[in-house]
Design a protein around this ligand. Structure first.
Ligand SMILES: C[S@@+](CC[C@H](N)C(=O)[O-])C[C@H]1O[C@@H](n2cnc3c(N)ncnc32)[C@H](O)[C@@H]1O
Length: 276
């Protein structure tokens, strides 16, 4: 993996165009994926999929990762949240409805720049793909009734987080683990980040690919000693010393590529409580 260039996250997106060349080694720095994620996080139902027969229960995934997976009754104005692999930031804003402080961290400079634009300006204009080279102009709007001052976005590596982050009442890792080179390294750092009694939410469709994660580091989806290893068992192996698994659910989600092509996936969302 090649580190993306570090950018000033307050620079407007218009002057911070991500690399759209095929030579770019990180897909999350490309303009195409940035547009897809802005739509995935901020698009209305009509903007994402206008068909009457659409699987509407797969919409608003970054919102549902919070509303369906986090026990928000345990949070309050003094609570701190960490959104690891926050992409363009929607779940971070949703966490800010329940927590006084939210830090969103992502490896992609382009994603963090876009998230920061939504936070600071309240709105970011972008193009969504219609077909071929045809696009439509849309706006990513900071969700209503969220105080953007509670949220801070920064570029960082989930496998080598900076010091001084402190402890959190909730850590969310949505669709991140199967995009890490060494997911075990990230998981091993979590007991120091989550307060005793705090929540860790991991959602993922477990799409293991050697392009992102060397096979020997896959948490599941492979044979181990000739026996099938599923990712939930791999997660248990990494986490069960310090965390107790308290909830598991299926979360459908829909990513629009263009007006007539979508990725429909089902993540597994698990909630773990840090042992005290
Ligand atoms: C599949 S996307 C999911 C994003 C978001 N959580 C969501 O559910 O829409 C994976 C995200 O992880 C980020 N990512 C990949 N490797 C990372 C790393 N080492 N540290 C932090 N973020 C990383 C990518 O830039 C991308 O935003």
């Amino acid at each position: 993996m090649v580190y993306p260039r570090r950018v000033n996250s307050s620079t407007p997106l218009a002057t911070q165009q991500p690399d759209s060349s095929s030579a770019c080694s990180n897909p999350y720095e490309t303009e195409r994926i940035l547009r897809e994620y802005l739509l995935f996080h901020y698009g209305t139902a009509q903007e994402v999929v206008g068909y009457l027969f659409a699987p509407v229960d797969a919409l608003e995934y970054p919102v549902r990762c919070v509303t369906q997976c986090v026990d928000v009754s345990k949070l309050g104005p003094n609570s701190r949240a960490l959104d690891l692999g926050c992409a363009v930031g929607r779940s971070s804003f949703e966490l800010a409805r329940w927590c006084g402080e939210v830090i969103g961290i992502d490896y992609s400079a382009a994603f963090i720049s876009a998230a920061e634009s939504v936070r600071v300006s309240g709105v970011l204009e972008y193009q969504c793909s219609v077909e071929g080279e045809l696009t439509k102009s849309l706006k990513a709007v900071c969700p209503e009734a969220v105080d953007p001052q509670r949220v801070r976005f920064e570029q960082g590596d989930a496998m080598a987080l900076r010091g001084g982050l402190g402890k959190f009442d909730v850590v969310l890792m949505a669709n991140l683990i199967d995009r890490l080179r060494e997911p075990q390294k990230c998981l091993a750092s979590l007991s120091a980040l989550v307060s005793p009694g705090g929540q860790l939410v991991i959602t993922s469709p477990y799409t293991w690919m050697e392009e992102y994660t060397p096979r020997e580091n896959w948490l599941g989806g492979r044979l181990q000693g000739g026996m099938p290893l599923q990712t939930l068992d791999g997660l248990r192996g990494c986490l069960e010393g310090d965390f107790e698994l308290v909830d598991s659910r299926d979360l459908p989600f829909l990513i629009r590529e263009h007006a007539r092509k979508f990725q429909w996936s089902v993540a597994q969302g698990t909630r773990w409580i840090r042992r005290g």
